[in-house]
Design a protein around this ligand. Structure first.
Ligand SMILES: [Zn+2]
Length: 438
């Protein structure tokens, strides 16, 4: 049996965000701020004003497709960076942006520049690395801004600021976002709800999706509607990186991606109450290659369920609830869907415990798969006992808790109690008993 595990990138996206936040002292709020950087009444320094003006010129160049103006915002000290920037601008021509904006957010981390960064730019009179927020919408797909973090190095020479690099903080894991369009030109296919973007095949090792791929995705929308009764924006981008390496860089993933075939990815808009925006499905081209049409459909339905529920999910949603919900939606009562779990239980390998968040992305492929199976079983137990509508309500109740005191277990306990009359421990016990036939 070839293992296949589909995962949500939400946890990954949040992890990388928190890792960055934990790494650095909170920036001094109330320090000088660039125009538009909310929360500060202090007048911006001339340097910060100049940097924001540079970013504004760059944003306008993207919007007006002005290659010369775009390239005039970068320094030519690094030939590799200049090459990447040319490639980026050219590939962005294939994207229909409905809004594009760059903002230096000095209030997030302050100025991250270190003496070692300054030494990379001899002769510069000043070097700064604030967090640069990229906000953009793709026409017809993004109802709200997708928001990504960039770490441009701004260098001042002769009174003029330019962008010299975007990888200087890689060594402390503050990576600039990488889009599919960072890696070069794209081709697109579309259907009623989907836009599929990938690099043109160069004849070597690229993923050939079947011609029915978007038809399967459209069927996935109908499947999700049978399981999730909340509103959701069905227009979704499907991004197909050229390699697992490109995928890993886009996700900023530190886990082994070989076990995973697809990811539901959302950006986190920290300027707007940590909203999830910019929903995309990313495929792992290597893992996707061997999937049958049925499996592709299952994967798409799974990821679409994540996208459908994302706006209702909150910081206290345990991974087993999300993954279990996605799996019951994808498998839709298929009696074979829990075959692995049944065999493991029969072999005495079921510990009766609901899987913890970390068990979905670390460890051996079989262990990860067992966590998905347990999650599917637990959510199926919930819907069998209390109904799908009650599960939908439970999901919304738990997801509505936002920036509240208390642990995930506490909020899960409360929401479960409200919907089923059982707390976490009792729910776990009854589920395990139903499996063990006790
Ligand atoms: Zn998933």
């Amino acid at each position: 049996m070839s293992l296949r595990v589909a995962a949500a990138a939400r946890a990954i996206a949040i992890l990388s965000l928190l890792a960055g936040a934990a790494l650095l002292p909170a920036a001094a709020e109330g320090a000088t701020a660039a125009p538009g950087d909310r929360g500060s009444a202090v007048r911006a320094s001339p340097a910060r004003v100049a940097i924001q003006e540079l970013l504004d010129r760059r944003s306008t160049a993207v919007a007006t497709r002005d290659r010369q103006a775009f390239l005039s915002t970068i320094e030519d000290s690094s030939p590799a960076f200049v090459r990447r920037q040319r490639r980026l601008f050219d590939a962005m021509g294939g994207i229909d942006f409905d809004g594009y904006e760059l903002r230096a957010r000095w209030g997030r981390y302050g100025d991250l520049v270190r003496p070692s960064d300054r030494r990379r730019y001899p002769g510069a009179s000043s070097v700064s690395i604030p967090l640069t927020e990229e906000r953009y919408r793709i026409a017809g797909f993004d109802a709200e801004d997708a928001a990504e973090d960039l770490f441009y190095t701004f260098v001042e020479r002769d009174g003029r600021w330019l962008i010299a690099e975007d990888t200087d903080l890689d060594d402390i894991a503050l990576f600039s976002a990488r889009h599919l369009w960072d890696q070069g030109r794209l081709t697109s296919e579309s259907s009623e709800h989907f836009l599929q973007l990938e690099h043109p095949c160069d004849g070597s090792d690229c993923l050939e999706l079947s011609g029915d791929f978007l038809a399967l995705a459209e069927r996935g929308v109908a499947r999700v509607e049978a399981y999730w009764d909340g509103p959701w924006r069905k227009n979704t981008l499907v991004l197909v990186p050229g390699s697992t390496k490109e995928l890993a860089r886009m996700l900023q993933a530190t886990i082994d991606l070989d076990n995973f075939v697809a990811f539901a990815y959302s950006t986190v808009d920290v300027e707007n109450s940590f909203d999830y925006t910019g929903h995309r499905i990313l495929l792992n081209p290597k893992a996707f290659q061997v999937e049958s049409e049925d499996q592709v459909f299952t994967i798409l339905a799974h990821e679409l369920l994540h996208i459908a529920t994302r706006d209702a999910a909150g910081p206290f949603m345990p991974v087993f609830v999300d993954e279990g919900f996605a799996e019951i939606t994808a498998y839709d009562g298929d009696p074979e869907a829990l075959a692995f779990f049944v065999a493991e239980q029969a072999a005495g390998n079921f510990d009766g415990k609901l899987p913890k968040d970390f068990e979905f992305n670390t460890g051996e492929g079989t262990d990860i798969y067992m966590s998905y199976q347990e999650a599917q079983s637990a959510v199926k137990f919930f819907t069998d006992e209390w109904g799908l509508a009650t599960f939908n309500d439970f999901y919304r109740t738990l997801g509505a808790v936002d920036l509240a005191p208390g642990t995930t277990r506490y909020h899960l306990d409360r929401a479960l109690n409200e919907s089923t009359g059982l707390g976490y421990a009792e729910f776990q016990k009854q589920w395990a008993s139903s499996i063990n036939g006790l």
